[in-house]
Ligand binder design. Structure first.
Ligand SMILES: [Zn+2]
Ligand SMILES: [Zn+2]
Ligand SMILES: [Zn+2]
Length: 370
């Protein structure tokens, strides 16, 4: 009976030790006597006091010196992954019971099985199983986060928030924003995504010269809702590839693509602008805003004037100018390699045109139709 009581006592002690395995485990094979555990639990006194405590107040126990002779260790409580084990042995002479505790090892989790693979934005989940007891354990693998390379995630294709490389200016109406690229980032951005809105207001304008001299810029996404593209917005972006002008654009300033020799401009179903003969044309004013090396100025009357800087800085070496053209703007063929201009009308007709005095590079030769 006493043995059972002591064992219960010991187990209470053992569980109180669960928070301090090292203390329990450090006793090795020698183990601890119930008296020692009693002392560990904040009691003080002699072994006699302990025995009296066990028996209740007023009891008396006589303790004799004994050269204990223990029987074999006996398992009282199985150790599991999470529970301490308890062994006892009893002195065959005096009945003294000694206790020993084994530390629990903890679960032995396997590598687990993927239930969900983590991706850029969603957490993943692994279910592990304990190889000792079969218990399972959920392990959350946190989302990997996007890997933005020049504004685009290399893993999922998501476009980066543009905060880091775009600058916004509230327009005069107080209800919309103009946007430009931060000047400090002009040499290391290859991709620009312009959002439809910023700070709860639509982004409606690309600032004049807003993306000028972006030497590495290759791609730009313009949002639906954009109304205007400022003067020279993408000029001197030598690597800029295709630009699609959204349906919503109603105003385009002076050639936004001056010196952007590799740019291809497309227009998305826009009632104000169109691509005619390979050039960007303002439909209502019939002005050729931006021409390229491959442009052939249409002779059908859809274009009557060549805008300022329209062919400036491209690789054109010769150009046909139809009779339907009535004006040529400042610097329209400036800084180009243009050498020969073939006019489809007579010299007299040419002279009736409004031609800005700085329209051509000085060494271009004008060939008239005799
Ligand atoms: Zn003994
Ligand atoms: Zn286990
Ligand atoms: Zn991603």
């Amino acid at each position: 009976m006493k043995k059972v009581i002591i064992c219960i006592l010991s187990l209470i002690c053992a569980f109180s030790c669960l928070t301090c395995f090292s203390a329990c485990g450090s006793n090795g094979a020698e183990g601890k006597s119930a008296y020692e555990i009693w002392l560990d639990n904040g009691h003080s006194g002699t072994e006699t006091d302990f025995l009296n405590w066990l028996k209740g107040e007023g009891g008396t126990v006589t303790v004799e010196k004994c050269n204990h002779s223990f029987d074999d260790w006996e398992e009282i409580l199985n150790s599991t992954c999470t529970q301490i084990g308890c062994y006892s042995r009893e002195c065959t002479k005096c009945g003294f019971v000694q206790y020993n505790f084994t530390e629990c090892e903890g679960h032995s989790w396997n590598d687990g099985v993927f239930v969900l693979q983590p991706n850029c934005i969603d957490n993943g989940l692994i279910i592990q199983t304990c190889e000792a007891c079969g218990q399972t354990n959920s392990v959350v693998l946190y989302a990997l986060g996007h890997n933005f390379v020049n504004g685009k995630c290399s893993i999922c294709g998501e476009l980066a928030s543009s905060e880091q490389y775009l600058e916004y200016t509230l327009n005069d109406d107080g209800e919309s924003y103009s946007v430009n690229l931060r000047p400090a980032l002009r040499n290391n951005v290859t991709f620009v995504n312009i959002p439809e809105s910023y700070n709860g207001k639509p982004v409606t304008a690309l600032a004049a010269r807003g993306f000028i001299s972006c030497t590495e810029l290759k791609q730009v996404n313009l949002p639906e809702g954009l109304l205007s593209i400022g003067d020279y917005a993408f000029s001197n972006c030598p690597q800029l590839e295709e630009v699609v002008i959204p349906q919503s654009v109603v105003s385009i300033g002076n050639n936004p693509f001056v010196f952007s020799k590799n740019t291809v401009v497309n227009v998305e179903n826009n009632s104000n602008f169109n691509i005619v003969g390979g050039a960007l044309v303002d439909i209502k004013s019939k002005t050729l805003i931006c021409g390229f090396s491959s442009t052939e100025i249409p002779a059908d009357g859809t274009v009557t004037s060549i805008g300022a800087n329209a062919f400036c800085g491209n690789n054109l070496t010769e150009i046909n100018i139809p009779k339907t053209i009535t004006s040529i703007g400042r610097n329209a063929f400036g800084n180009s390699k243009l050498l020969d201009v073939y006019y489809e009308g007579t010299e007299a007709e040419w002279n009736e045109m409004q031609i800005n005095e700085y329209a051509f590079v000085y060494n271009a030769v004008i060939h008239f139709n005799a």
